[in-house]
Design a protein around this ligand. Sequence first.
Ligand SMILES: [Zn+2]
Length: 123
Amino acid sequence: MVDESDLAPALHRSRFNCPACDEVADQVWFNAYASPVANPAGVPLRIAGADLERLGKNPQFPPEVREQKVEYWNRVNGGEVFLDRWAPTQSELFVAGLEISVCRACLAAAIWMGGERVTRDET
Ligand SMILES: [Zn+2]
C-alpha cells in the first residue's frame, strides 16, 4: 500500500500533495507555448486602479461580463497564476524547461522551471 502522506510535489508525479489545497490530488500537466504580447504598448497588459473601476462600469458589456472581467483582473493583480480561456492561438515557440501542473481538486496552477516548482519568496 502506498503511503500517500509523503507525496511531495515532483515533476515525475501525476498525483501529489497539492501545495495550494494540501490534498493529495491528481495533477494535470501542461507544456507551455509562447506567443508575443499583443498589447499595443508592447508590454504585458494589466488593468488596475481607476482603469479597472471604469471597466467595471463600462456599459458596453453586460453586467455579468463586467463582473467576470473585474474578477479576472483582481486575481491577476493579486498575483494569482491560473489557466483561463482566451482567444485560440497557434505558436511554434515551445517554452522548454517550463511546465504547469494543475490540481484536479482545487484547480490551482503551479509553475515549474528547470524541474523545480516555482515558489514565491516568503519575506
Ligand atoms: Zn489543490
